[in-house]
Design a protein around this ligand. Structure first.
Ligand SMILES: [Zn+2]
Length: 85
């Protein structure tokens, strides 16, 4: 279940949400437009660390490439040494 971050659009914020809060929401649910506690208008904050790592194929393949290149190099090195000599 993805975690969305919301912040109160208006200047004031209620004590419960503190003006900025995170909320777990199942996929397919309509966008949250108001704080469930104080009913003030909120907007979703697109925070970098949470979503892009999973959603973006670019950063995922980047990490994948980095991991694969390291492992592949080490494996072939070890195997070549053992069987070659
Ligand atoms: Zn609130």
């Amino acid at each position: 279940m993805p975690i969305y971050e919301y912040e109160v659009v208006e200047g004031e914020s209620c004590k419960a949400c503190g003006g900025r809060f995170e909320l777990r929401r199942p996929l397919g649910r309509p966008e949250l437009t108001a704080c469930p506690l104080c009913k003030k208008a909120v907007r979703r904050v697109l925070s970098a660390p949470n979503t892009p790592r999973v959603a973006k194929p670019l950063s995922l393949s980047e990490a994948k490439n980095a991991g694969f290149s390291v492992l592949k190099r080490r494996d072939t090195g070890v195997y070549e040494n053992l069987t070659g000599s």
